[in-house]
Design a binder for this molecule. Sequence first.
Ligand SMILES: Cc1ncc(COP(=O)(O)O)c(C=O)c1O
Length: 374
Amino acid sequence: MNVPFLDLKTPHGRLKKALLDAIEPALLNAQFIGGENVSGFESEFAAFCESPHAIAVNSGTDALRFAFLAAGIKPGDVVITVPNTFIATTEAISQVGAEIAFTDTDKKNHQMDPVRLEQTVLKLKQENRPVRAVVPVHLFGHCADMDPIFEIAKKHDLLVIEDACQAHGAVYKGGKKAGAMAAVGCYSFYPGKNLGACGEGGAVVTSDADMDRIVRMLRDHGQSKKYIHEIEGYNGRLDAIQAAILRIKLKHLGEWNAARRKNAKLYDQLFEGVKGVTVVKEPSWSASVYHLYVIKVAHRDEVMKKLSDKGVATALHYPIPLHLQDAYKGLGYKKGDFPVSEKQAEEILSLPMFPELTEEQIRYVVASVKEAIA
Ligand SMILES: Cc1ncc(COP(=O)(O)O)c(C=O)c1O
């Protein structure tokens, strides 16, 4: 049996007519930038996130960059995040001129560790570094533990900006959605995300009307009206065809997330009591949307190879923590600085996870993992 890591073709086949019908008017009316599909998607995505404002942008990376700028992060400010995220989180920090500071993850959930966060803040303050903001990443589609993070942020006067690029629809403690807890949250619609465009896309979600206005200007060359540039901005708009596609797909996001949760539950059951496999489970505070289903095994690279030989596609999110990447040599971090993230990077293995995964495929993946670790 062949089990792909992700299947984007099946949902597109199923939604073919609706997607083509949605794209056709944009083509025939030559409405490619802005317009009804972009504003419609923004209202619908804001409603999905239960947040007052959503601004559609060109990517999750742009969403982060614009959110940092709109929040007033300035060159020289220090912004704290985790080392086990995708590099876009930290690229956006550097690209607004701020400095990246890392804080380690917690052993069990792989999310930002609030205890370590406070230690990091205190250490940076002792060094007289201007700490301004913290960026929790809702990794794998699980929520980071936001209550203690907000408490620390309040105590030390830090802004909180959520990276919810992997967590569209995850719910924290039965209340707010990932990305809609802080004043500003960022999403990616990269094709493989739980809500994916047929190209690039992203959104900023905010409860703050000023932030909404600034992000709208930033994504559109700083314009408040045509050719009235209040500030210098970027070319960071979501195009109308992607918005039309996302409007169709958004209608299915709830059922797709539910299917991911069902698949995760079956994986969890089948891995229960299997020696040598640790599942990165849904944290107690999170109703997760399983962008990824991640386990930990010893001799991970060998296991990955054996699974590939059995036709099971797997992936690593992420194999090298950011503080050890060449791109960040200049930050002065070294191996051993974030031991939890480093150990996790050696053991993690992302298994196939998508809504259409069948019970038979899941059983085959689990049987193959058991065989590979035997
Ligand atoms: C955690 C995280 N942050 C940011 C991004 C950046 O999103 P994009 O690829 O849409 O720029 C991604 C996705 O790729 C991500 O997984």
